[in-house]
Design a protein around this ligand. Structure first.
Ligand code: ADP
Length: 476
């Protein structure tokens, strides 16, 4: 390290002072040896001053390296170290800036990473919550991801670790085929029968080969769907169509036969002709009723008729239904007896549809009760339900037929002669009560003693509760 001019300048006064003192002393001391000693002393003092100065500069340089905020004012005091310290400081500043940028980048990455983690968690939870069994198999066709529904269906353990999901052979084959033969189509589906808790149910499995943007395979996802309900609905629909056709065909073929007889002049007796015309007339009425009932049912089920529920009192709906059937009851001298709860039974129903259901029950009670009988319409409160009962003193329903009474087109054979009907009235009532109003309907009956149809629907007003909740939300 070479001492710079500034250092020399700084130590020069000391050196001159020491040199001067030594010169004066030398002038006083006559001997040469003493003069040499004094000169050497002066040189040593100068060297010590320089060394001390350089040590101070080194200490200052150290301080500046440690405390960057002092650099501006303290750089001049670093003396010989100044170029080195300047260079170090510049490099440190650059490193600081780079470090700052790196920290910022790290923080940004952290935020993105957390976002991704959340996204992954959301997807995992979504898959977990889905009611249909889902699984993803890796490229060796081994399930690596699956949800609770899949565990419930296939058994095995919850996902994670080296546990595995035992797949039925059909499904394994579907996964392999979907992955290996995905050139033509990436998705395949299969209907298979799976056993759950001893019951065999039909499922549709849809598998898709997951291929990344760069063409690499990410495995195969398979989603299973319980199609038992769909199949049942399909067979119910087919059954319904066949029953409708049967119901239409029978009266039509007898009408055609009678009309042919009349046209061919096979029936000469005017009274007999009148009887046949009367029969045809009755059949036309029956077909009209049948078609109307079917239309009503189809309209409600398909949602063509808009359901408009409102808060109202059950007794009010029952009163109106009673008024509708009163002329029918009067015709047969049947006493209509209302026995309503003294309480206000708050319900949330579609007045027209629910009223129609009650009318159907009342008109059945009147239809299947001999003249002079009684029909009671009761209402009561039962825990969280509003209950109504239609009780008659009619011909009753045989015990063997009770379980079929709500089926479409089902009619009790013994009762058919008592009144015309289509076998669709109670099916409609059940749909209105159970499907539209979330209620229940049941029947108790004894042949020749009478029947009692009981309907229970949830108690309570909804609009008022909703309004209260909305008001509460506004004030909160
Ligand atoms: P229908 O048009 O034949 O009356 P429903 O579906 O209304 O069709 O009723 C189905 C069958 O249930 C009826 O044919 C009748 O035999 C029987 N039924 C319904 N209500 C009563 C009742 N109150 N008393 C006796 N039998 C009844």
């Amino acid at each position: 390290m070479k001492p710079d001019l500034r250092t020399l300048r700084q130590v020069l006064p000391t050196a001159l002072l020491v040199g001067g003192v030594c010169g004066l002393c030398a002038a006083w001391v006559p001997s040469r040896a003493a003069a040499v000693v004094l000169t050497l002393g002066a040189a040593l003092a100068t060297a010590a001053a320089i060394a001390r100065r350089i040590q101070l500069q080194a200490e200052q340089a150290y301080v500046l390296l440690r405390r960057p905020e002092l650099r501006d004012g303290g750089m001049a005091q670093t003396g010989v170290y100044e170029p080195l310290i300047r260079d170090c400081c510049e490099r440190l500043s650059r490193t600081d800036a780079e470090l700052l940028a790196a920290v910022k980048a790290r923080d940004e990455l952290g935020v993105r990473f957390n976002g991704r983690q959340k996204q992954i968690r959301r997807l995992e939870m979504a898959v977990e919550c889905l009611p249909m069994p889902i699984l993803i198999a890796d490229d060796s066709d081994r399930p690596v991801v699956w949800n609770v529904a899949a565990v419930e269906l296939f058994g095995g353990m919850a996902a994670g670790g080296d546990q595995s999901l035992p797949l039925p052979p059909d499904l394994s084959r579907l996964v392999v085929e979907t992955r290996t033969r995905s050139a033509a189509t990436r998705s395949r589906s299969l209907e298979l029968q799976l056993e759950i808790g001893g019951n065999v149910r039909p499922y549709r499995a849809a598998a898709t080969h997951l291929v990344d943007g760069d063409g690499s395979s990410l495995g195969v996802i398979a989603v299973l769907d319980d199609i038992g309900g769909e199949q049942e609905a399909r067979s119910r629909h087919a059954e319904f169509v066949s029953s409708v056709c049967h119901e239409l065909k029978t009266p039509m073929s007898s009408m055609k036969a009678f009309i042919e007889m009349l046209m061919d002049g096979d029936v000469a007796d005017p009274e007999e002709q009148l009887r046949l015309y009367g029969f045809i007339d009755v059949q036309i009425d029956r077909l009209t009723r049948l078609v109307n009932n079917m239309l009503n049912l189809a309209r409600i089920e398909s949602g063509v008729i808009k359901i408009q529920r409102e808060d109202c009192g059950l007794n009010d709906v029952l009163e109106k239904a009673l008024e509708v059937v009163r002329p029918m009851a009067d015709e047969k001298q049947i006493r209509l007896i209302p026995q309503f709860s003294p309480l206000y039974l708050a319900v949330h129903v579609d007045r027209d549809l629910f009223g129609q259901g009650v009318i159907n029950l009342l008109s059945n009670a009147i239809k299947y009760t001999p003249e002079g009988g009684e029909v009671r319409l009761k209402s009561r409160l039962a825990e969280s339900e509003a209950v109504l009962e239609v009780q008659d003193t009619g011909m009753g329903i045989p015990a063997d037929d009770l379980h079929r009474i709500f089926e479409r087109f089902f009619r009790v054979e013994q009762n058919c002669k008592a009144a015309a009907g289509t076998g669709l009235g109670l099916a409609l009532v059940q749909y209105i009560v159970a499907d539209i109003h979330n209620g229940r309907i049941s029947v108790q009956s004894r042949v020749n003693e009478g029947s009692c149809f009981t309907v229970a629907i949830p108690l309570g007003h909804r609009d008022k509760n909703r309004r209260k909740a909305e008001q509460h939300a506004c004030t909160a």
